[in-house]
Ligand binder design. Sequence first.
Ligand SMILES: [Zn+2]
Length: 130
Amino acid sequence: MSDLQPSPQCPFCQPENLAIVARSRNFFVIIDKTPVTPGHSLIIPYRHIADALELSPDEITEVWELVQKMRQKLLAEDPAISGFNLGFNSGVDAGQTIFHVHIHLIPRRYGDVEKPRGGVRGVIPARQNY
Ligand SMILES: [Zn+2]
């Protein structure tokens, strides 16, 4: 089961210790402490649940609204942002390291990488370009 009790070792179970930049009823947003790009945000549920694929339909609706709100906030703060990558890692083999849902919203800017084609396909670098 992925819905565990809140853990003192879980960095996302103590939101009072985090710099929250946006929130909704059941989710909050922080800036990633090692951002892939400036503004790289994490959308996190208050409840301790490991797998984003196990969010409820109501939570999915709410988290999508918060993603859209955060997108608008980032665009307003930085007009150089010209795209986004959105995603999460579900399971160790997919690269998940913190087992409390956190959805990455990664702002992209023209020229931030030489060849952006393929985007999230880059999780398997050899398969990004097709
Ligand atoms: Zn947690």
